[in-house]
Design a binder for this molecule. Structure first.
Ligand SMILES: [Zn+2]
Length: 93
């Protein structure tokens, strides 16, 4: 059965792992999910059918403007969660 996949989720998690390593912030799973939640609520979803997902993911990750947007939002999310870890930051903004 074909399922829907939000490519933005994979993009955001890749970006978190890329940017996070250079910071001193808490790197537990809870903080990772808080960062992802914050970012995904502020970025447009990119749904595809899972069977075609791999090919389309390659296409999506080549869209430079989209990558810039993701970087900006994820950087902000890392800062917000990192400075106030272990809260549900998405509801305290
Ligand atoms: Zn943490």
């Amino acid at each position: 059965m074909t399922q829907l996949v939000n490519l933005m989720e994979e993009t955001v998690f890749n970006k978190i792992d890329e940017l996070w390593t250079n910071t001193e912030y808490c790197k537990c799973e809870s903080c990772r999910m808080d960062i992802a939640t914050y970012a995904l609520n502020r970025l447009p979803p990119q749904y595809v059918q899972s069977l075609k997902g791999k090919v389309l993911y390659r296409f999506a990750s080549q869209q430079t403007q989209s990558d810039v947007d993701v970087t900006v939002v994820v950087e902000k999310a890392i800062g917000i969660v990192g400075n106030a870890p272990h809260r549900n930051t998405d509801q305290t903004e």
